[in-house]
Design a protein around this ligand. Sequence first.
Ligand code: FMN
Length: 293
Amino acid sequence: MLENSKIIIDLDACTKCKACVNECHYYQIDNETLKLDEEFEEGCEECGKCVAICPVNAISLKTHIGKTLKEVPTKEDLPSFNSLVNLFQTRRSRRQFKKTPVPKDIIEKILDTAGRYSATGHNEENVYFTIVQNREILTKLSDECTKQTKNLIEKFEDPQGRESLKSVFSEDMMQKAEELIPSFKRKLIRISQGEEVWRWDAELIVIHSPRDSATLIENCTLAAGQIMLAAETFGLGTCSLGYITAFFNIFRSISKIVRMPIKHVVGYTLAIGYPKAHYYRIPARKPLKAKWL
Ligand SMILES: Cc1cc2nc3c(=O)[nH]c(=O)nc-3n(C[C@H](O)[C@H](O)[C@H](O)COP(=O)(O)O)c2cc1C
C-alpha cells in the first residue's frame, strides 16, 4: 500500500500502466515502482482524475472512502449535440413567473448535479447555495432592495450625500452607480405601480463563496450556467439577477436577510420558477464573433 493523508494506492493491484503518471504530474514511475512526488500532499487538488483513469481501480482518494463511485456513462447515454442545441436555444431569461412553489426536491436534484459538478478553479469545490423559497423572506428582500435604491438616489442627488458615498464606494463604483440612476428611477416607478422588478416574483438561488477564493466569480458563474440549463429540463425558467447580486455585496442589510456569512461574496443570483408565458420561436442572434488563427 502507498498511503498519505489524501490517497491510498494498492501497489499489489497496480499494473504500472502509467495511466495516472500520464494524467497527473504528481505520479511518477521510478525503477518500475509507482511513486508520488514529494509535493503530492501539498499540491494534490483531490480532483480524482487518477481514480477515474486507473483501469484496475487501485487508487482511492480518502474523501471517497465509503462512497460507491458511478461508472462513466457511454457516449450513447449522453445527450446528442442536437438535443443540447435545443436546450441552449430554449433557455431564455424569464421575467414572468407563476407563484407556484418549486418543489424542494427538484431544486435539490438540480443543485446536487448541475451545481455540484461544475468546474472550480484549483478544484476548490467551494461554491455554496442559499435557496430562498419562503415568501416572507422574498418580500423582505425585495422591499429592502427598494429601500436601498431610494436611499442611493437621494444620496446621489444631494451634494453632502454624494460626499458620504465617496467614502464607501470606489471611483469606479460611483461612476457605475451614477449611470444606473435613470434605470433605478424607472424601476421605482414600476414598483409604485405594483410590479415586482427585482426577482419577478420568483424564488431565488444565491450562489456564493468564501471571499478568499481565487476564482470566485468564475466558479459561481459556471455553476449558474449549468443550473440555468438543468432547470429548463424540469420546465422551470430562470433569470440572472445582476442587481440583486451587487446589492447583496454592497448592503449588509440585504445580505443579512439571507444570513449570508460575513466572509462570503455573492458571485451570482438566479431567479427560478415556473414561467407564466410561452415562447413560440427562437429569435436570431448576432453572427458568431470568432477569430481563427
Ligand atoms: C451577469 C448577468 C446579469 C443580469 N442581471 C439581470 C438583472 O438584474 N435583471 C434582469 O432582469 N435581467 C438580468 N440579466 C438577464 C439579461 O438581461 C439577459 O440575459 C439578456 O437580455 C439576454 O436574454 P437571454 O438570457 O434570454 O438570452 C442578466 C444577465 C447576466 C448574464
